[in-house]
Design a binder for this molecule. Structure first.
Ligand code: ZN
Length: 197
């Protein structure tokens, strides 16, 4: 296994729709293993192939706790086939170090994907970290980033400016946020386990 180099916003590969995997060979297994090693090393709960510069529909997730045995899941060509409800919570992203804000997701999803052997698998997730992580990572495969799904776009902009991803005026944004009435838990990052994927 080898640790891979992460791509950060606004690298082009993060904005592209990734290609479907059609061959299930040792190169796919190696990529998945390397992605898992990279994800564990970065303390993430999920990672999508575009985040390591590979535009293929592969993503890995492990939502097991720190004191629990690892439970890696490799998703190939995943698709959400059912979704309902609304789930709001704090998210981070390995492609945006230091940036956290609230994102709205579906509360229940049914996802269809292929495993490393190319076998079709269905999985349901509801109201938890796994449910949120799957949606965050599938977005990466479509070139979609969490900055476009913020509950408060002003809070997201503030985080992006503070962490040097975009130019802007922190004080002006803080005033705008305070006046907007948009609730943000940005300051209380440690209150929840954010998805960093
Ligand atoms: Zn991400």
């Amino acid at each position: 296994m080898a640790k891979l180099r992460l791509k950060y916003y606004p690298e082009q590969v993060l904005l592209q729709k990734a290609k479907k995997v059609t061959t299930f060979d040792s190169s796919v297994r190696k990529l998945a293993n390397d992605m898992l090693e990279t994800m564990y090393d970065e303390n993430g709960v999920g990672l999508a192939a575009p985040q390591v510069g590979v535009s293929k529909r592969i993503m890995v997730i492990d939502v097991s706790g720190e004191d629990e045995p690892n439970e890696p899941i490799v998703f190939i060509n995943p698709q959400i086939i059912e979704k309902e409800g609304s789930l709001v919570g704090l998210e981070g992203c390995l492609s945006f170090p230091g940036v956290f804000f609230e994102v709205r997701r579906s509360n229940r999803i049914l996802v269809k994907y292929q495993n490393l052997a190319g076998k079709d698998v269905k999985m349901q997730a509801e109201g938890d970290l796994l449910c949120r992580a799957i949606q965050h990572e599938i977005d990466h495969l479509d070139g979609e980033l969490f900055i476009n799904k913020a509950v408060s776009p002003i809070a997201a902009d503030l985080e992006l400016v503070k962490n040097g991803f975009i130019a802007g005026d922190v004080e002006a944004l803080e005033t705008e946020l305070a006046n907007s009435g948009q609730v943000t838990h940005t300051i209380n990052v440690k209150d929840q386990t954010p998805v960093v994927g």
